[in-house]
Structure formats: C-alpha cells, structure tokens
Write a protein that binds this ligand. Structure first.
Ligand code: TEU
Ligand code: CA
Length: 548
C-alpha cells in the first residue's frame, strides 16, 4: 500500500459559525480560527476540514452557497481566508474546504437567472419538470428537510427539484457547462493553496431523470437518490480535469453508499475520490427521526460495521473513521455516558477513533468531551432541519409537541453546533456579544481553558493519542483484526505492521467486565484512561492500549 499524507492525516473539523467569534457579533468567524491556530497545533492535528465559508444567505448555515468564490460576510474577507490558510500551513496543518455542489442557494446568480425564463442560458443549470396533468408535482419524493422535493415556480409553471430545502435547488450535472463551472471553482481554491475538499452529499449528483415514485415498501427511503447512473462518470471527469492536477485530499460525504459500493468511489484503480465516509453507524431516517426518536446501536453491531468497512476496503482503498460531526449529536452523549462517566467514556471513544485503520476525524469540542445541550423549546433551535420537521409533524400532522421536543433533544443537529466554550467566563468566552445559538450551560465545568490546564482531561488524552499515532506507523497502516468479535461489551483488536503490533481493548459500557485476552500477556500498557488496573477485568468504559 502506498503511503501518503492524507492517509496519515488526523483531521479536525471546524464549524466556523460555532468555533470562535473575534468581533463580538455573536457569530464565529475566520479571524476567530486564526486566534486559535496555536490551540490546534498544540492538540497535534495535521489537517483541518472547515465547513462552508462561502457567501450564503445561511438558510442551511452555509450549505446553501450563493457565491462559491467569495467569503461569507459574517466570516470575514478573502484576505482573512488567505491569512488563515497561511497561519495553518506555517503550523504544518493542511486545510480542506467544503465543496457543496449537489445544490446551490436559490440566491445564487445562476438560479436568479434561471428563474427569469425558460430560455435563459442558466435555466438548464437546475432541474425543471412539468407538473402532472392535475398540477401535482412530478413524483412523491420527500426532501431531507421535510415536504416534497418539488417547488413550483409560479412564473414558468414548472417545478424545480430540491432534495434539501426549497432554498437549495439541485444543480443539473447533466449539463457540461455546469460541470465546467464546478471544476473552475475547485481550481480557484486549489490555486490559492487549499489542500483538498470534503464533498457534500456527492453520491446524489446524478439523478434518475425518469423521476419514478418510491418503489413499494420504500416510501421516503432517501438512500434511493444516491449512486445515480452517471455519478462515477462525473467523478472520473472531475478527477481527470481537476483533482489529478494537484496533490490534494478528497473525502466524499456518502449518504446512501453501502460497504459493497465503497470501492466504486475510492478504489485506487478508479481515479475518483480518495476517501469517503458512510452513515452506517450514525443512522438514516428510519432509525433516527423526530417522530419516533432514536434507536441506540448496540456495540456488537457497531464493531461489526467497522469490521465490515475495514475488510471490504482492505488494501484497495482507504477508510475514514468518525463518530460525530456537525450533523449529529455529541459523541459522548450518543455513544458514551455524558453524566457519571463523561470523562472516562469520552476517552474510551477517543481511543477507538484514533487507533483504527482509516483517517480519523475529530469534531470540534469532542476533544474536551462536550455533551449534548439541553434544548427546552423549539424557539431555542436554529437548524432548518428541526424547524421544518416541527412545522410538518407538529403543526401539520398532529404529532405531540412534547414527543417531538423529547426526540429533538436527543438527535437534533444543533447539539453539535453549540458554540465552543473556550473559558468559564460569560458565554464560555466564545463571544463578547450575544451568541447566535445558545452556549451549552455546562460551560463553567466543560471548557477549553480548564481542559488544557488539567493533565487528566479529555483534551490531554486526545493529545497523547494523536502523538502516539503520529509516532507509530502501525497505528496508521497496520492491519486491523478484531480479537473478540462476539463479545457484546468489550471491543478488542490488534493493529499489526510487520514486526510492530498494538493491542487495543475497551469496555464500551458502564459495568465492570471480566477480561480474558491472552494477546495482552507480556505486552506493555502504553496508554489508559484509568490510573489503576485490575488483572482480570475492565472497569466502566476502561480503555487500554498495549504495545511491544
Ligand atoms: O448532509 C447531508 C445529510 O444527509 C444530512 O443532512 C442528513 O440529512 C442528516 O445528517 C440527518 O440527520 C450534508 C451536510 O453535512 C449538512 O449539514 C447539510 O445540511 C446537507 O448536506 C445539505 O447540504
Ligand atoms: Ca464574528
């Protein structure tokens, strides 16, 4: 297997709106990230993925782009961006940015033009369909953000497609001119020196132009939009015309791509993307919605998913490891225990994140063990996903408001978007003004300054593991082997490269567990989230890393 920097990457995801506000308007910005560049260097990460920083009316917080080659007003200027890139590069940190080209904002010049008339040159940049005879939309598809995917444009009498909200019209990738526009904007950023792209919902760019209704039994199965007939042709073209010309990293957000399809995107012989990330362990809409809530995934199933992806990709491609991002709840609240064992379980999850085969992604705030926030009322949320769902389910369908709020308080994306508490001062030191989204009220006890000051904190554990991974190729490239595949509470595996081996053992739950693992005999305990250990058992959420 070839060794490359992006396989050795330890990625830190920044959601700029929530990271650090530098000018008191309550919104995180690029200068705020510049202020904290030393913090990122201290943590030890070597790649930052920054969520969208482009001009946007912010219906979906930047995932609705109105100018791909300019900076969002609230975030600063192009000069700030250039400085941020330089400041990161000076610290040995590469920067990958978001590429959101399944859809644009309805405020983008292209869409504004497209709406003007059916023969406007930009009309075909989007996806228009005539109504059915009775005036209904072309089919029964549902949007990721509730309601039909079709919005009627009164002036022309045609519907346009939007898989997300109506302010995010889908772009028409069948149009070669649109594709050239995308390649040009990619070159614009690459020529500035950015180191690659995280590609938003990239498997959705090729549509089924027959626009069939959902097949029987799969109503509102949103994975059906993925892997369209021409997606690989488009990605190969993008690779040939742009990506191949640069030493850059790509990671596709691959909702609707299952393990058996992964190598079609990332196989080293495919010339498409380098890496993708899947949703198997974070759930689709069936397991995870505002009406019925959320089903916890048993660890046995969880490690099965990781094993399957590792095995399927093998040495023909490269995997991605993550437990959370800006679209999910906080990892310690979701997979760990955010009350009694917050610190222990956050460290246990860090252990799993940073010792598997595949590029790990740390989501901002997880390195200090941030928890979900307590959202009490619909007015406390900002995310269009939860607000739209409230309208459709509570105001439209009669779902009880309390039931909705209980579910939202577990799964809403805003849990990951609460501002980072930098200190124990007012608003966690995130802003001197009024934060755009509530600061988690736990900031007096969970904040960066305290975590950095405390040698036993989650922060220092992340720091230690990052350093260990960087110093040991076996933790990056070593083969993964599950040592207790049938154990329902203990996740234990080896990572082996030539004559180097690490054994990782974690107790995923809060009960003490008996441990029989001959593989650790005679090995040295290198890292653990507990100061003292018992021979034949693991304490709640205990994690250990053994080496030679
Ligand atoms: O996410 C796509 C996506 O599938 C999620 O919005 C999904 O619906 C959600 O995780 C389920 O809870 C990407 C971005 O990451 C997201 O922030 C954007 O809102 C979305 O695309 C549209 O651009
Ligand atoms: Ca600001």
């Amino acid at each position: 297997m070839t060794k490359t920097w992006w396989k050795e990457a330890i990625v830190y995801q920044i959601y700029p709106r929530s990271f650090k506000d530098s000018n008191g308007d309550g919104i995180g910005d690029l200068r705020g990230i510049i202020e904290k560049a030393d913090y990122l260097a201290e943590l030890g990460v070597n790649v930052v993925w920054m969520s969208p920083h482009f001009k946007s009316p912010n219906v979906d917080n930047g995932y609705d782009v109105s100018d791909y080659c300019d900076v969002m007003d609230e975030f600063g200027t192009m000069a700030d961006f250039d400085e941020l890139l330089a400041v990161l590069h000076q610290r040995g940190i590469k920067l990958i940015i978001d590429l959101v080209v399944n859809h644009s904002s309805d405020q983008h010049k292209w869409f504004q033009e497209a709406k003007k008339s059916k023969d406007n040159p930009y009309r075909d940049y989007y996806i228009w369909q005539k109504p059915k005879e009775n005036g209904d939309p072309p089919n029964d598809w549902e949007s990721y953000f509730s309601g039909s995917v079709w919005e009627l444009d009164e002036a022309s009498g045609e519907y346009y497609l939007h898989l997300f909200c109506k302010e995010q019209p889908d772009l028409n990738w069948e149009n070669p001119q649109l594709r050239e526009e995308v390649y040009n904007l990619m070159r614009f950023w690459l020529d500035k020196g950015v180191d690659g792209f995280r590609m938003d919902v990239i498997p959705l760019i090729s549509k089924d132009w027959t626009f069939p209704n959902y097949p029987e039994g799969r109503f509102a199965d949103l994975t059906l939009y993925a892997n369209g007939a021409r997606v690989h042709e488009f990605l190969q073209e993008m690779n040939e015309k742009v990506l191949r010309q640069y030493d850059c990293m790509t990671v596709g957000e691959c909702f609707g791509v299952f393990a058996h399809q992964a190598l079609d995107y990332i196989g080293e012989d495919r010339n498409e993307l380098q890496t993708i990330y899947h949703f198997d362990h974070v759930g689709g809409r069936e397991e995870h919605n505002f009406e019925h809530g959320w089903t916890e995934i048993p660890m046995l199933k969880l490690k099965g998913i990781f094993e399957r992806w590792d095995f399927t990709i093998g040495d023909k491609g490269w995997n991605t490891i993550y437990f959370g991002n800006h679209d999910n709840q906080r990892v310690v609240s979701r997979f760990g225990n955010d009350t009694t064992f917050r610190v222990e379980s956050a460290k246990m999850l860090a252990t799993l994140l940073l010792t598997q085969r595949g590029t790990p992604y740390i989501y901002q705030g997880d390195e200090i063990g941030m928890t979900n926030c307590d959202f009490k009322d619909i007015s406390e949320y900002n995310d269009v996903q939860v607000l739209n769902a409230y309208k459709v389910l509570v105001e439209g369908k009669g779902v009880s408001a309390q039931q909705f709020l209980d579910n939202a308080n577990q799964i809403a994306r805003d849990h990951a978007r609460n501002p980072i508490p930098w200190t124990n001062e007012a608003n966690g030191g995130f802003t001197s003004g009024t934060p755009w989204l509530k600061v988690n009220p736990k900031y007096p006890e969970i904040n960066v300054a305290d975590a950095v000051a405390d040698q036993d904190s989650v922060f220092h554990y992340y720091h230690e593991l990052i350093a260990l991974r960087k110093a040991n190729e076996a933790l990056t490239y070593g083969a993964y082997c599950d040592l207790l595949p049938n154990h329902a509470a203990i996740w234990a595996y080896s990572r082996t490269l030539e004559d180097k081996q690490f054994i990782i053992v974690v107790n995923f739950y809060g009960n003490e567990e008996a441990l029989h693992l001959p593989e650790i005999e005679g090995k040295t305990l290198l890292v653990s989230n507990y100061a003292t250990h018992k021979d034949g058992s693991l304490q709640p959420y205990e994690a250990r890393i053994y080496g030679m």
